[in-house]
Design a binder for this molecule. Structure first.
Ligand code: N01
Length: 537
């Protein structure tokens, strides 16, 4: 294919300049392909470019939440603390973009609005918001799983005259809440990170909670240089553990049922995990917490008891007690979240019993009360996983629309979460039905990018023009994803994993729950069998 930027013809177009798009660009460029990345934002960073809300930080430990493909990058970067804050992660991404000279192949402030497979020349015709058309052999989505913000559609949304924010689209300049009355809607990971920080600044903070959440202490702390040195020296072994693991971090669930320990011993085990902090620490105390109701009840009860002990007002504590299965929504780790409800300037409103009716010019009205605010923060999450795809009109063979294929009641179907039948030469990095959001995203991203680059190389070496998932293979994969998910408790909870947070979205577990280690083996096996399950021409 011609390498001609003026004519806008590329071997590959990548949508998104977050962690996945940047590595895809680097990897393909190193192999000699012409690549153009299109990014709606003004700079690199993806999630970490948009989510600048107070308290935003990663819930995967910094030393594991970075690229591992380059020893040079690893050795030149030093993380400050166990859970890096958003500005530090964004600095890291910028450091990588500079070091690998990535920006010259990225067009910023450009949204891709449509991509259509051209059956005559087997290329993708890709359109930007400005109306420019680009042609590429490969269309690669690096959209992020949590990049389409979910803004509830309350009555009177445009009436509120105060400041209005969504955590996922936070302004670049500091938002100063000093002396202000602030309302926040939503108590997921974003809300739980933002609430303690906003409460320290605002005159008063009112939290509107629909579903109480399990959250455990992050136990964040600065890194000790000696520890970091050891990590650098042993990174090869650490990486091997990460890529063979369940969630992309170098630890594993203990091989014991929660029901095999005495209540006293379980309490000791949970206390130890609680003190240690971390995203998967409580989940990993026993091997059946995610699968057996009675085992799950033991940890859920433990966390509820911690909440009740922490929150001084018993009525408020009661409102904060979660009732779903522990870990069936993304686990949350926090710094002083439950303690924040002991502050005099924080009020909790249960909007399940007293729902929000409408926004007013001065605030909002629930069924029973009216509230006035200077600022209103929506921490209401995302149209996860499939949502970002639906912001574009993607059409494959015979004009088939991806949105129609996935969104209108039909079961979600992909092959390995990388490809979908009817859409030749389209690859999805951390797409639906891959481990993606259940894992350390960096491990999943690197594995997908490398697999896709190898696949493209295979096509070039064998003079092949197209690769496309076979319908039977994607039906089998989707079925397998469903069966594994249904073995767990994850499908018994309304969560964004299930599409339950978006009105009208078809319900179904949208990720592969078998773990990143097993998933990698399956993908490698498919490649070793000359892309079994794909048709190549
Ligand atoms: O979004 P969420 P998030 N009216 O969907 C509520 C990742 N992340 O941005 O639970 C009233 O979890 C909703 O209520 P309910 C992480 O993977 C990671 O917080 O649906 N309330 C819920 O309380 C995470 O899981 C980090 O009943 C409404 C909240 O808003 C994912 O992103 C940090 C509502 C939304 O919670 C999403 O987290 C932040 C409505 N109409 C995020 N609609 C890290 O630490 C929604 N809600 C890396």
């Amino acid at each position: 294919m011609t390498r001609n930027h003026e004519a806008q013809v590329f071997d590959a177009v990548v949508v998104g300049a977050g962690f996945s798009g940047l590595y895809m660009l680097h990897r393909l460029r190193e192999l000699g392909y012409s690549v153009r990345v299109y990014e709606a934002g003004e700079d690199v960073g993806g999630t970490w470019y948009w989510n600048r809300y107070p308290g935003a930080r990663c819930d995967i430990e910094s030393i594991y939440y970075n690229y591992t493909f380059s020893e040079e990058l690893r050795n030149e970067w030093t993380w400050s603390s166990r859970y890096a804050e958003q500005p530090e992660i964004l600095r890291y991404i910028n450091f990588v973009a500079d070091k690998l000279d990535l920006r010259r192949d990225i067009q910023f402030k450009t949204r891709i609005t449509s991509a259509t497979f051209n059956e005559k020349n087997k290329n993708w015709d890709i359109q930007t918001g400005e109306g420019n058309t680009i042609t590429a052999k490969y269309f690669i989505t690096a959209l992020g799983c949590l990049s389409a913000s979910n803004m509830p559609n309350f009555k009177g949304m445009d009436r509120f005259k105060g400041e209005l924010y969504h955590t996922g689209k936070w302004p670049h300049e500091k938002v100063d809440f000093t002396g202000k009355k602030v309302g926040i809607i939503g108590t997921g990971s974003s809300g739980i990170q933002a609430i303690p920080v906003i409460a320290q600044e605002a005159e008063h903070l009112t939290v509107f909670q629909r579903t109480p959440q399990f959250s455990a202490p992050a136990e964040n702390h600065s890194y000790d240089p000696e520890f970091l040195q050891k990590v650098k020296e042993n990174y090869h072994e650490i990486k091997q553990q990460m890529i063979a693991s369940m969630h992309g971090v170098p630890s594993f669930p203990r091989d014991k049922s929660a029901l095999k320990d005495s209540p006293e011993e379980r309490q000791r085990v949970f206390e130890e995990a609680w003190d240690k902090g971390g995203l998967f620490t409580l989940m990993y105390t026993y091997n059946d917490i995610g699968f057996v109701k009675e085992a799950n009840d033991t940890v859920a009860e433990f966390v509820r008891s911690k909440i009740a002990q922490t929150v001084e007002n018993p009525e408020v504590a009661e409102m904060l007690l979660p009732t779903y299965y522990y870990g069936t929504k993304r686990p949350i780790i926090d710094t002083n979240y439950f303690q924040t409800y002991n502050r005099k300037n924080v009020t909790l409103v249960d909007i399940k019993s007293d729902p929000i009716d409408e926004l007013t010019s001065k605030g909002l009205r629930t069924k029973e009360s009216e509230y006035e605010f200077d600022a209103l923060v929506f921490a209401t999450g995302f149209d996860a996983i499939t949502g970002p795809f639906f912001k574009m009109d993607i059409r494959g063979k015979d004009g088939i629309s991806l949105k129609e294929k996935w969104a209108e009641g039909a079961d979600l179907k992909t092959y390995l979460g990388i490809a979908t039948a009817g859409f030749p030469n389209m690859f999805m990095i951390t797409g639906p039905q891959s481990p993606s959001v259940l894992s350390n995203m960096l491990v999943s991203i690197e594995q997908h990018v490398e697999w896709i680059a190898d696949c493209i190389e295979y096509l070039r070496e064998n003079n092949l023009e197209t690769i496309e998932a076979i319908p039977e293979a994607e039906v089998a994969w989707s079925q397998q994803c469903k069966i594994i998910a249904e073995m767990s408790l994850a499908t018994k909870t309304d969560s964004w994993y299930m599409g339950a947070n978006i009105e009208g979205k078809p319900r179904g577990f949208m990720a592969f729950l078998g773990g990143v280690g097993l998933y990698r083996q399956i993908c490698d096996d498919v490649a070793a069998k000359e892309y079994e399950g794909f048709s190549v021409t």
